[in-house]
Design a protein around this ligand. Structure first.
Ligand SMILES: [Zn+2]
Length: 283
């Protein structure tokens, strides 16, 4: 059981009320004492958007803002949107749609720029970028890195965090060095779908017990997430929306109170500037 005053944040999930569970997934999260969530827009092509320019991402972002408002209405805390371009899009643009890597780079940079407009206006909290987690050709790799660096530049301009989708491993200091060169401090870079130990970005640790224990024992800033994808075609592919609250309860049972506070209060404040305590009003 989680006490009433305790914020429980899922740092990265997707909601798709048009195709799958949507707000029902939020209700499941609340039922097990979840309070706050960062909702990341689904990959554009999952919503039927075949982008040829940055502006084409706008309907994807607009729909995400509506979903976040609906989610906030259900939560004892609130939801915030994280907007950006999924790095896997580059393969779709180059391999399936015939764009050169440099052209794909410009389309994706354009999407980052549009996402940044929503951060600037205060409608979105943070940006999402990254690079493929699978092996790609050198020109696709350098185009992907250029997109990610654009996100760092925009993050620096706007003083906002950048969530990354990137390859596995425990050292991404190369990437946070690029962020710092662009003016974005390393602690504003978050690696989504991370293990419990990571050098460079703040790890957003996937809700598996062994990785969470590793992060808790390490004592460095971390976040917790499910990467719930709310996709009817892949129902068992990822963790469900109840996972973060259940893992919080499990961490508390095992005496990791400080780690829970780290992941749900202190690190969200440090990375995003959000206050998960003052925004929590349980009935
Ligand atoms: Zn995701």
């Amino acid at each position: 059981m989680i006490d009433d005053e305790r914020p429980v944040l899922d740092n990265h999930l997707h909601l798709d009320p048009d195709n799958h569970r949507g707000i029902d997934a939020v209700r499941d999260f609340v039922r097990v004492d979840g309070t706050h969530m960062l909702v990341v827009n689904k990959p554009s092509w999952h919503l039927g958007v075949e982008a040829d320019a940055g502006e084409d991402f706008r309907p994807v972002f607009e729909r995400t803002l509506e979903i976040v408002a609906d989610a906030s209405a259900e939560l004892p805390g609130r939801a915030w949107p994280v907007l950006g371009v999924h790095p896997g899009l580059i393969s779709r643009l180059v391999d399936e749609r015939g764009y050169a890597p440099e052209e794909a780079r410009e389309i994706m940079r354009g999407g980052i720029d549009v996402a940044a407009e929503y951060v600037e206006s205060g409608e979105a909290l943070a940006l999402k970028s990254g690079r493929p987690h699978y092996a790609v050709d050198d020109d696709v790799w350098s185009a992907s890195n250029a997109v990610m660096r654009r996100a760092f530049e925009r993050g620096a301009d706007l003083d906002c965090a950048v969530q990354l989708h990137a390859e596995g491993g425990e050292d991404l200091t190369e990437v946070t060095e690029w962020a710092e060169e662009a003016g974005l401090p390393a602690h504003r870079v978050v690696k989504h779908y991370a293990g419990g130990r990571l050098e460079g970005p703040i790890p957003s640790v996937i809700g598996e017990k062994d990785e969470l224990e590793r992060a808790a024992e390490r004592g460095e800033p971390f976040l917790m997430e499910t990467d719930y994808i709310d996709d009817p075609d892949r129902p068992g592919a990822v963790l469900g929306p109840k996972t973060v609250p259940r893992r919080v309860a499990w961490l508390l049972e095992n005496g990791y109170d400080d780690a829970v506070r780290n992941a749900h209060v202190e690190t969200p404040k440090r990375v995003y500037g959000i206050d998960t305590e003052s925004t929590l009003e349980r009935a």
